[in-house]
Design a protein around this ligand. Sequence first.
Ligand code: SAM
Length: 824
Amino acid sequence: MMAAANAAARVAARAAEETKRNMQKGETELTLRGLPTGGDWDWRALKKWLQSRGLAQRSIKYTAKEVALDVGVVRFASEAECSTAADLLATAEPPVRGTTVTVEKGLAPEYANKQSRKRGREGEEEAAAGGAAAAAGGGGRGVVGASRGPKAPRSVPDVCEAVCPWWRVPYPRQLSDKHQRIVLALRQITAEVDRRTYGAAKPEWVRAARGKADSAAGGAGDKGGASSRGGNKGGSGGSVNPNGGVASGLCCPLLGILRAPAIERYRNKSEFTAGLDEAEQPSVGFLRGAFQDGITCVGSPAATRHTSRAAVALAAAAAEYIRGASAFPVYDKRRHEGYWRLVLVREGSNKTFLPVPQPAPAPAPAAEESAAAAAAGPVLENPTFASLDPFTYLVTFEPQQQPAAEAAAAQEAGAAAAAAEEGAVKEEVMEEAAAAAAEGGSGGAAGMHVSQVSEAEAEQPPPDEVMVMLQVNPQFPRAQSDPAAAARELRAMTAALRSAASAAGLPLTTVRVQYHAGVSNAAPYDAPITEVPSAEAVAAAASKGKGKEEGEKKEVAEEAGEVEAAVVAASGPGFIHDSLCELKFRISPTAFFQVNSPATCVLYKVVGEWAAPSPATLLLDICCGTGTIGLTMAGRVAKVVGVDSVASAVEDARVNAALNGITNATFVTGKAEDALPGILATYVDNAGKGATHGSSAAAASTTSAPYDNVVAVCDPPRAGLHRSVIRALLGCEKIRRLVFVSCNPDNLVANISALCYPPDNRSGREKGGTYVARGAGAKGGYSYQREEAQAPFVPYTPFRPVKAVAVDLFPHTSHVEAVMLLER
Ligand SMILES: C[S@@+](CC[C@H](N)C(=O)[O-])C[C@H]1O[C@@H](n2cnc3c(N)ncnc32)[C@H](O)[C@@H]1O
């Protein structure tokens, strides 16, 4: 009992630390520029303005009065709130008419500088006291604080610690910790829905899970959702049964975690920063910490476990060019100076990953035997994506000798017994959950116990196509005053990359240039992307250049001879292809594509199985990227409709459908929150009711009802789904099954809870209205006011969590993907 309590405290502390880290990373912060300065404007006025938009911030940094700075930083309680606020503020009336307030995610460098200066001072004090500790991993000194002037003597993390911080953690332990993260999230969903539902409206699955959690905790209750850390080390015996959640306060059974088929150098995309290394030399690699922490030092990616050899070679070539041959400097974010910003490397393979199954767990083999068997693995005869059983990769935790299928059966028996005791309705819920685990869950595969997981995984074969995108700063003064010189730089860099690629046997087929002047490296999706300038473009720019000297013109001519062949060879189509799940996908430079193809294959197979479509199904692929999930299921459904906010990704999706001869898929460009109501109106008969609150003309004009059987797959970005997407999904009763893929457990909790709240317990705002204070300081209580132009709230049936599984797409990092099935 004591051990469980200690474990619970550890889990809670870890969760709190994670939240704090997220906040420090700036994922919950918005930078607002163009705010009023002087006059009555201070942080209170800013707070009022935010309140008038219905936003509640956690903290504000805004010093307009003191230093006439028009920049404010607003921090929110969660990433989801931050994203919602970003959307709202981007279109909000500015506080002062005629001005424009721009919204950017993350911490303004103005404040980062302040922070880093403060930290720098702290570092100096620490050093003076002889207490400056080296960062874990033994990183040396780094560039901290302003890059001008003396560096603060604070150490920065080693590059591996910064980008794949679990690189020294044994893989089984990584899996345990990630699995535990999802255990916690599933508990939090129960706790969250429990907290916000009362009386008869409380869903039965919550009662069932809570009842069990409370009794597991000795009746003490478990309001916070973190009561035990069982299952973490393959035998600690806490109250969590990781193979089934109902018995432990989880909102549904968690089947385990699907390990990544490839864990070394698995990334097919690497985004390198051009910056100064520890020795203040130009370099291309990974930032060794967060810019918000004042760290701008770049480290070589060579030692990082997740970066491919191809990407490492190209980063080295780019660094060598900048150091040895370029007349343009790397970009300095603090001073907004310099030219070279990012080098993005993307790789594609024309061979679909077809997994070799690992052996079923044998009873307690010796560690070396197990590793050898796992490394060799039995070979599937004619393996195909259709024959892939993703649960071959299932890793379970305890009990050690009990395979998952048996554990599920045991759970089913336990659940049934418990249900018999506690009433007929509950019986139904428990049985359904247990049956889900037993039947559709692991597909009959036993998986393997965590103690049998091997690290001996093969590296990926070399790529068949490689694309590089160079991001540069178009506002660099010399690039502006001498475009010919800038063009020559880009051409020479391309030649350097091509030559390194040839030496390493890499098919570098395409190089593109992205122009981005913003402070953050993340360029907007519509930032211009061009081909590498042609020789003619250089000559034209040179001849237009003011007062070009003869020597320089000659250099252009010579350069054209030397570099032309390389530039032409790398001029490619501006995209690459990857073969995933036996389909071919075109990928544009900025389109989202999962970075670990073998693990993605496993992930998509689970999604396809749990979606359980029929030939009559309309499949909604929400946040579809290049169309991958929808297209892998297109052969099993009547129609796929995908939506994504990035135009180039949607264009890729359309091309991908054609490339694979798929004719029943349609892809829509737009934010899901804007486009979904219209999609539902077009393809589902009762769309619009409640989904759009009557605001969509498209919904009103719905005439046909072609699809009765609708399955939704949601795979949102880290910020999660927008509230109006959730409303639209809930409002469309024909969506009875929903598969949710999440790369962020925090937003998994927020989104799944929102999909599972019964309508009676929604807050006023969720219903389309808001509670407003009666009288000053809310002393007179609150009254509910419906928002203008909102249609009456339409009741809906909430979803119910059925089962979940974690998937490890990102070995050596703390990130984990989760798949959840919801039904109603
Ligand atoms: C995690 S990715 C998933 C993509 C795709 N399902 C896949 O597996 O490759 C999230 C996707 O959501 C898209 N996205 C981000 N915000 C969005 C929004 N508001 N509406 C629709 N799509 C959005 C991104 O462009 C990205 O393609």
